[in-house]
Design a protein around this ligand. Structure first.
Ligand code: SF4
Length: 493
């Protein structure tokens, strides 16, 4: 039996589908927290009283039988040619059935058409007469009061939204236009599974958006490639083509086959200059804006699909921890931190304001994409502290800029721009490998155990690990900042 996720994997890459079928299923841990029974809330929104509720492993015939008696079918299972789908809601409307999909996000777009089209195709092949198509989704403007309101939390739409957030395409019409017969695809999937191996070559799809989780399995020799291999070229459409054509090193990149971004320029120059490229004028200009004392700040936060506390909106985040390292004029380094559980937002804000010096620059790595946004969100949620928080916001600079803008590139970064990667080649430094938590999401998963007060876990141990991880982030910023400074000193000598 296949699910839509299998079809999606196959369509992305047959080898991905083949490998997924052979691996043991891992427990799924979502990066978004969804504690509430979302189907129950959606039933409330749709004012469903009596209904048939499908469950995992149901024989699809059970759903078809229920459709003879009931007007609402919730989570009904349907199957055709081994493809099994779960339809969130079907509602009898005269001689036809209206379909309600459930999108646990703020604005459904037409970027997951494989899901909508495959679901509809299976319904059609089961000869179910279909009427209107709608999607239930969260209302991004809903602000939770004391209680959660299902009526206000959801919106119902018959249109997909575009990137600007406006309704743009009829859902029903788009599905009808894009729906394909999947029989051939399903037959091909059967054939692929019979193979002992599936040949593959490196392609853009292997690293596009998110690097494929099987990348190291498919290309085990990748770890051995030199630091300045052409394969490390970022945002490159033609790097695999150049590699196949015999171009090994960044310095030999074919000019007509590079996009010419500043990052690419820095990479190629680093390869030509023995491993390191520094745009000194640009780095010096960036450094001049920084005022002492410097506060390096890092937040950890949880993302909630459904707002758990008053004043929060769908997909709001709740910062639960921060670490700061303060670098004083005399070189002394001070460390402060906060870690809370449940609704600790106000306490975190108050501590943050009192912990950070009233003057000097704040620095975060990827500040524009994270810490600055968090400060703005907290300012909106706690207007009594908005002025203080926006003051921190205006004093904040982004340590990732010199790397992201191609001001500095070291070939040991191998095309990656994270703090962990840069820290990994700083000499004489303890690094992330010494920690029990290695990734931001591991920290969130650990905090969930603490927040949910799970009996089996030791809260003190989790607190210790979380504190070590968040502190490492700000400590690493101090190290990387000092390294950038040292690059300028070297050229001054
Ligand atoms: S790394 Fe590339 S070839 Fe291998 S499974 Fe993933 S997408 Fe397919």
């Amino acid at each position: 039996m296949y699910h839509i996720s299998d079809v999606k994997k196959y369509l992305r890459c047959p080898k991905l589908f083949w490998l997924s079928e052979r691996e043991e299923a891992l427990p799924f841990n979502s990066y978004v927290r969804l504690d509430e029974a979302v189907t129950t809330l959606a039933c409330e929104k749709l004012e469903i009283k009596e209904h048939f509720l499908g469950t995992r492993g149901d024989d699809p015939q059970k759903t078809l039988d229920a459709m003879k008696e009931m007007d609402w079918i919730v989570k009904g299972r349907f199957e055709y040619k081994q493809l099994r789908v779960k339809i969130p809601f079907l509602h009898r409307n005269g001689d036809v059935w209206d379909v309600y999909f459930l999108f646990c996000g703020n604005r459904p777009k037409d970027d997951d058409m494989n899901f909508y089209c495959a679901s509809t195709w299976v319904l059609k092949m089961n000869k179910i007469p279909l009427g209107e198509f709608r999607v239930l989704h969260f209302d991004e403007n809903y602000v939770r009061g004391d209680k959660l309101s299902a009526q206000e939390l959801f919106k119902i739409t018959s249109m997909f939204y575009n990137d600007k957030g406006n309704p743009s395409k009829e859902i029903k019409e788009t599905i009808q236009k894009r729906m394909r017969n999947l029989e051939e695809t399903l037959n091909n999937m059967d054939e692929v599974l019979k193979l002992d191996n599936v040949e593959c070559t490196r392609q853009n799809k292997c690293t596009k958006k998110n690097k494929c989780r099987f990348y190291e399995t498919c290309f085990p020799d990748e770890a051995q490639i030199p630091n300045d291999s052409i394969l490390t070229l970022v945002s490159s459409q033609y790097k695999y083509e150049m590699f196949e054509d015999g171009v090994d090193s960044l310095k030999d990149a074919i000019p007509e086959k590079i996009e010419g971004s500043r990052q690419q320029y820095a990479q190629i120059m680093a390869s030509k200059m023995g491993g390191l490229y520094v745009d000194e004028i640009s780095l010096r200009t960036w450094m001049k804006k920084i005022k002492m004392p410097i506060t390096f700040l890092d937040f950890e936060w949880e993302t909630y699909a459904i707002p758990p506390y008053k004043g929060m909106k769908p997909y709001d985040v709740l910062p639960f921890e921060y670490s700061i390292h303060i670098l004083h004029e005399d070189g002394e380094i001070e460390h402060k931190e906060y870690l809370g559980t449940k609704d600790c937002r106000l306490k975190l804000v108050e501590n943050l304001i009192s912990d950070i010096p009233s003057t000097g620059t704040l620095i975060a790595f990827n500040a524009e994409g994270a810490e600055k946004i968090r400060l703005k969100e907290m300012a909106a949620q706690f207007p009594q502290y908005a002025k203080n928080l926006m003051d921190l916001y205006t004093r904040m600079m982004d340590l990732s800029f010199p790397f992201a803008l191609g001001t500095v590139y070291d070939v040991r970064m191998r095309g990656y721009y994270s703090l962990k990667v840069i820290m990994s080649f700083m000499e004489n430094q303890t690094g992330y490998h010494d920690l029990d938590i290695h990734q931001g999401m591991d920290a969130v998963f650990q905090w969930r155990l603490l927040d949910k007060e799970i009996d089996e876990v030791d809260p003190d141990e989790i607190r210790e690990h979380l504190s070590a991880y968040c502190s490492m982030d700000t400590y690493a910023m101090v190290v990387v900042f000092n390294w950038l400074k040292s690059l300028l000193k070297k050229s001054d000598n």
